[in-house]
Ligand binder design. Structure first.
Ligand SMILES: CC(C)(COP(=O)(O)OP(=O)(O)OC[C@H]1O[C@@H](n2cnc3c(N)ncnc32)[C@H](O)[C@@H]1OP(=O)(O)O)[C@@H](O)C(=O)NCCC(=O)NCCS
Length: 197
């Protein structure tokens, strides 16, 4: 099966992200299109979504999974990103290397376990390599067990743990994957890509 992936330009992509985030009721802090534009506007970025037919109505195709990533520079002025860079210091080498931060992503509950996130991740990695990125970095928490298991399967390595002494399930976990031609050669998914905007 070929996964159908759409890669969006910033304005339409931000609206699509705001829309799909509404389906992730388990996470209280959902991103708005304004936040997405503000974060991505001044940096290299990628917005990808996978779409699939509704089981109840195969004629209707809907977005089922998404992934948003952006460049992370060694000297960030945005407060949150500057904080992230400082937390990654000593774990990620920024000098003369391009780092891609995998910011947000997920698969709608009814479509989980069917390879959509792997397909998006592989598309992200192929794009990143083509755009000269050396490494993909991602942040999660201990309690996001599905995400941790998925990142494990996708061969991300833990590079840092920030323990939360009161509640270890809230400890932050940083992971990364170094890119190279061999990574792309190991990809398993067949994908059809449509670029929009
Ligand atoms: C994590 C998540 C994105 C996985 O999406 P998905 O589309 O179901 O993932 P895929 O089907 O592409 O699976 C990719 C790989 O991870 C594995 N995997 C996925 N979910 C898993 C789970 N719960 N336990 C173990 N392995 C899992 C799959 O077996 C697959 O491995 P394989 O390709 O080697 O066979 C999805 O569960 C999700 O959106 N969860 C909520 C998001 C979240 O936790 N956000 C927290 C903020 S970081």
């Amino acid at each position: 099966m070929a996964y159908h992936i759409r890669q969006y330009g910033l304005q339409q992509g931000a609206l699509e992200i705001q829309y799909i985030e509404e389906f992730f009721g388990e996470f209280p802090r959902r991103k708005t299109s304004v936040e997405v534009v503000s974060r991505l506007g001044s940096r290299d970025h990628q917005i990808v979504m996978a779409e699939a037919a509704l089981t109840s109505d195969p004629e209707t195709v809907v977005p089922v999974a998404f992934k948003v990533s952006h460049e992370l520079r060694p000297f960030e002025t945005d407060k949150k990103l500057a904080d992230l860079v400082s937390r990654l210091s000593g774990c990620v080498q920024f000098k003369n290397r391009r780092i891609l931060y995998s910011w947000i992503g997920g698969t709608r509950r009814d479509w989980r376990g069917r390879g959509f996130f792997r397909a998006l991740t592989e598309q992200q990695e192929a794009w990143a390599l083509d755009h000269g990125f050396d490494e993909v970095v991602v942040k999660t928490k201990n309690r996001f067990y599905d995400m941790r298991a998925t990142l494990d399967q996708l061969e991300f390595n833990v590079i840092k743990l920030e323990p939360n002494l009161d509640n270890s399930s809230a400890s932050k976990v940083y992971l990364s994957k170094r890119l190279g031609r061999e990574v792309v050669e190991r990809h398993r998914s067949t994908r059809e890509l449509i670029k929009i905007g």
